[in-house]
Every structure is written in C-alpha cells, then in structure tokens.
Ligand binder design. Structure first.
Ligand SMILES: [Zn+2]
Length: 136
C-alpha cells in the first residue's frame, strides 16, 4: 500500500534491521525500542488489523519464535506480546523482551524509548538473527 512504512520495508524501499523473513511474515527491530531487542512482527501483505491476518495462529507462533530467539540471544527474563493497532495502519505484533533493569513498568509505556546507537541496534539484530537460524 502506498505511504505505508511497513509496506516500504517489505518491498525493500526503506531500510530496517530485519531479523527474520519468510513467505508471509517479516520481523524487524523497532526503531523506537521500548527495550533492547524490541521487535515488530508484520504480515508481508498490507493488512491493518492483526485478527484479519490469515492463519492468526501461525502469525502468533512466528512472534513467539522471534521472542524466544531474542530471549536466548539477549538474556531477557521474559517476553511481552502486544498489539495496539493505531500507530501504523499495518498489523504488527510488538515482541518486547523484558529485563529486570529496563525502562518499562508492568504495562509498556510507548513514550519510554531505549537510547541505542546504530551499532548497538545492528549488534542486537545480528544476535537475534543468529539465534533464529540456530533454532530454525
Ligand atoms: Zn502496509
């Protein structure tokens, strides 16, 4: 879809730290990470709402796989899976690795963003990618 940030990432027109890609889904690091390793799992087709994504179970299983890989790669304590839906009109499951010392409370606050450098983001993406390849 025209003027959709996530569609531009899927088509390669916009750069992103992609950690996983298959026929249907793409996972990338959020450029405004709530915690280290915060990923977004999106369908490759432009679909606004998560519950309109075909095979909803497989979509969430993909998010879980990314969350488990991030947990192993980064040593997070647990993982939150969050869908809100209004920020970008293209379905995304937020995969949020949680650490005892992260910036977030029990409910993630979208205004509290980790300040990570480009090289830190690349290192995080690389370590999650590696773990996904290992378990996949
Ligand atoms: Zn889109």
């Amino acid at each position: 879809m025209k003027d959709c940030v996530f569609c531009e990432i899927v088509s390669g027109k916009r750069p992103a730290d992609i950690v996983y890609s298959d026929d249907r889904y793409l996972a990338l690091l959020d450029i405004r990470p709530l915690t280290r390793g915060n990923c977004l799992v999106i369908p490759k087709d432009h679909i606004q709402w998560p519950d309109d994504v075909p095979d909803f179970g497989a979509y969430f299983e993909t998010a879980k796989m990314v969350g488990k890989a991030a947990q192993r790669a980064l040593g997070s304590t647990w993982t939150q899976y969050l869908t809100i839906g209004h920020e970008v009109p293209h379905a995304h499951i937020r995969v949020i690795p949680r650490f005892r010392d992260d910036l977030q409370g029990a409910v993630p606050d979208l205004t509290k963003i980790e300040n990570l450098s480009r090289s830190e983001m690349e290192e995080i993406a690389g370590s999650i990618q590696k773990e996904i390849k290992r378990i996949g």
